[in-house]
Write a protein that binds this ligand. Structure first.
Ligand code: PEP
Ligand code: MN
Length: 333
């Protein structure tokens, strides 16, 4: 990090800044920059708040040379991180995660789990706590749904993932293999901190209004808490376009793969908003280098209690899985 000091700053002010920084374990080398003092900082500069430095009356400018997402940064960890969830290895090969938006019944879970397993999915998803835009919409069946999800996963030999919306729910997730942080909670820092302090892997979705840098900062919360098992998920961002629920940011896939060592998966379902758009978006994501996909599937999409329009039928999912395999094969050639 560089700090440019304003002209005519008293020497005592510079000295007291350098002392203050050294108390925080930061070294500051002085140089002359066209008559002004330039401080080059070394040490744990990612812990410094640029805004606080800029607010000092004698600071002209502050420039960060390294990213504040130190642990998520590929520069500090060149090899890909592989996140193990049951027998699945996210980040090594390709991982298909599928299941209904919400866990609704044993019959639904059996039918969907059987289909997705046969089609090659490695993880079963299902929501129990649904953060819905309307308070009157179906909010999920809570703890009972988590039990049903875990039971179905055990029977089918599939690890399970479900969204957690509050740290107080953690005991209910004891049988859940992976914890999803939804787009709406990407910047719920209390929740991120709590998930950093527990051992289950985390599937972190990008918020509709977040930059990739903000997504990485959110991942950093979990990593800094001591949990290295974080998978990032691009699920569409808000744009001016009204023709799909969100705009799938395909470029975020290669960009994130460059910036971080964490696995990057894509959820085409929430970006699409309608089932016909899911297959082309899924195929595009795989071609762009995604480490996996998260897809909503329902045995009776028209009767789904949430996200009915974007849920693939069991037949459509099976068809899509075959096409995905063909695209993956073509990429390997
Ligand atoms: C979900 O996965 O069902 C969900 C609510 O996703 P998102 O947080 O991306 O909207
Ligand atoms: Mn959904």
């Amino acid at each position: 990090m560089l700090i440019l000091i304003k002209n005519d700053t008293p020497e005592s002010a510079i000295r007291s800044l350098v002392i203050q920084l050294s108390r925080q374990g930061i070294g500051a080398a002085r140089a002359d920059s066209g008559g002004r003092v330039l401080l080059t900082l070394t040490g744990q500069t990612w812990t410094l708040d640029e805004q606080r430095l800029l607010a000092l009356p004698y600071v002209e400018d502050v420039k960060r040379l390294t990213s504040p997402w130190r642990l998520a940064n590929r520069r500090n960890h060149p090899e890909d991180t592989v996140v193990s969830v049951g027998n699945a290895r996210i980040g090594r090969g390709f991982c298909l995660i599928a299941g209904p938006c919400a866990v609704e019944s044993a019959i639904q879970m059996q039918a969907v789990a059987r289909t997705v397993k046969a089609a090659g999915a490695q993880l079963l998803r299902g929501g129990a706590y649904k953060p819905r835009t309307s308070p009157y919409a179906f909010q999920g069946y809570g703890a009972g749904a988590l039990e049903l999800l875990a039971e179905t996963g055990r029977e089918m030999g599939l690890p399970v993932v479900s969204e957690i919306t509050d740290a107080s729910q953690l005991p209910q997730f004891a049988q859940v293999d992976m914890l999803q942080v939804g787009a709406r909670n990407m910047q719920n820092y209390e929740l991120l901190r709590a998930l950093g302090g527990q051992p289950k892997p985390v599937l972190l979705k990008r918020a509709v209004g977040a930059t990739v840098e903000e997504l990485l900062q959110s991942a950093e919360y979990i990593l800094a808490g001591g949990n290295p098992n974080v998978v990032l998920c691009e699920r569409g961002i808000r744009s001016f376009s009204q023709t799909s629920r969100a705009a799938l940011d395909i470029s975020a896939i290669p960009v994130l793969k460059q910036m971080t060592h964490l696995p990057v998966i894509v959820d085409p379902s929430h970006a699409a908003g309608s089932s016909e758009l899911v297959p082309p978006l899924a195929l595009a994501a795989v071609a762009a280098g995604a480490d996996g996909l998260l897809i909503e599937v329902h045995d009776r999409p028209a009767a789904a209690l949430s996200d009915a329009a974007q849920s693939l039928s069991c037949t459509a999912f099976t068809e899509l899985a075959k096409k995905l395999a063909r695209v993956r094969k073509a990429l390997e050639e």
